[in-house]
Write a protein that binds this ligand. Structure first.
Ligand code: ADP
Length: 395
């Protein structure tokens, strides 16, 4: 079978406790199947696959110990169904590949070696991503595997944004601002471009608000500033991540808290943010608890305050704002959080139309508003499939 008759591209989005995937038709890029394995490492990991009509093909609760086991479960299913779903290529979300690797590229043994050498830049993400790629490459040897980096969108950040005020020797080691959620931002900008002429809206802020959350300032189509830096721990207060901290806080934790570097990482990545303040990282749960639990209320106000603060900062970075776009699990679904974020932002020309916001309409600002506020669903897996198809069409 040649590539033309192999109809599907599989997009893999791999986290430390979840594996998300979607199968796309290579020609139309329509979703054929989607699924996940969640709660990896728990006794009841959830493996689900649904088809494009919503039929559930797999729905099981079993103990899946590690990302390696999760990937093997999926490989077994794919091999069993390969006649029905022949694969043209696999595309992967990769957190980053260092300063030199941002553009989608074929995953060769040499690239895997380079990625292994970059683990120090993303120690919480790259090892699992590499493990997953290795297993898929071993299982599907003759198929093209494509790396899609989350840092691509931010590649043109100007020097005044990109570099930390530290000695140059650290820049040489890759200690620069990369920015993440790039596949999500690319998708949103692509969909936006198909709806409106972006030349009229030159200064756009996108807020990707999910468990992980970041924001980007897009000026004339280019990401010029973003809230995350060398790691996805920085910027906004997130579900379990601290966001930006005074460097003195880190020194305090190391010296007075006697934390080891690994313990510090664990604290900042997994036990900070909304979870530390409100007892859970789940915004829906915080919203249901806030009337009776002051900690939940505080966590939500810290979250909304931080997003508001960064809207101001990113607008200043662009010299203004024409459009604000909400995406991600919280941004797409929570009218109340959007409302609180946009409260008192009329000094920037941001206003919300209450009814449109409640209904999560595409445009949630009044017609007269200077800044258009939008809600746009993201689809990182589609973006991976798009890059992967472009790549295989050109080899
Ligand atoms: P991830 O970064 O893991 O992909 P998601 O984008 O799925 O995260 O977002 C998860 C967050 O979205 C959770 O905090 C969840 O509570 C929140 N969320 C999802 N739906 C709603 C909703 N209807 N109202 C408020 N928050 C929501």
């Amino acid at each position: 079978m040649d590539r033309q008759t192999k109809n599907f591209i599989l997009s893999i989005n791999c986290g430390s406790s979840s594996l998300k995937f979607k199968l796309f038709n290579t020609r139309s890029l329509k979703t054929e199947l989607e699924g996940h394995i969640n709660h990896i490492g728990n006794l009841e990991s959830h493996f689900q696959i649904t088809d494009h009509d919503g039929n559930i093909l797999i729905n099981s609760l079993t103990a899946i110990q590690s990302i390696e086991f999760a990937v093997n479960e999926l490989i077994t299913w794919l091999k069993h169904n390969i006649k029905k779903y022949p694969l043209a290529a696999l595309g992967y979300r990769l957190i980053q590949g260092g300063p030199q690797h941002r553009v989608p590229e074929r995953i060769t043994p040499d690239l895997l070696e380079i990625l292994k050498q970059q683990i120090y830049l993303a120690p919480n993400h790259l090892p699992d991503e590499i493990t997953a790629i290795h297993a898929f490459k071993t299982a599907f040897k003759k198929i093209v595997h494509v790396a899609c980096y989350d840092t691509l969108f931010h590649r043109n950040m100007p020097a005044c944004t990109k570099y930390y005020p530290l000695p140059a020797e650290y820049i040489d080691k890759g200690l620069i601002k990369y920015g993440f959620h790039g596949l999500s931002y690319e998708y949103v900008m692509k969909k936006l471009g198909s709806k409106i002429s972006t030349t009229k809206r030159r200064k756009i802020i996108i807020a990707h608000l999910g468990n992980g959350a970041s924001m980007v300032a897009v000026k004339n189509g280019i990401g010029i500033e973003t809230t995350m830096g060398i790691s996805p721990i920085g910027g906004l207060v997130m579900g379990t991540r601290s966001g930006d901290l005074d460097p003195g806080v880190l020194l305090f934790l190391l010296k007075e808290g006697h934390l080891t570097p690994d313990e510090l990482d664990e604290l900042l990545s997994k036990n900070s943010g909304l979870k530390a303040i409100g007892g859970t990282n789940d915004v829906q749960a915080l919203l249901s608890n806030e009337a009776k639990d002051p900690k939940a209320k505080l966590a939500l106000s810290v979250f909304c305050y931080t997003v508001r603060k960064y809207i101001g900062a990113l607008a200043a970075a662009m010299g203004g704002i024409d459009m604000l776009i909400f995406t991600g699990g919280i941004g797409e679904n929570s009218a109340i959080i959007r409302d609180r974020i946009c409260e008192d932002m009329d000094f920037l020309g941001i206003a919300i139309h209450e009814q449109s916001n409640q209904m999560s309409r595409e445009i949630i600002s009044p017609l007269s508003s200077k800044v258009q506020v939008r809600v746009m669903p993201t689809n990182e897996e589609w973006m991976i499939a798009h890059h992967t198809r472009n790549f295989i069409e050109n080899i």
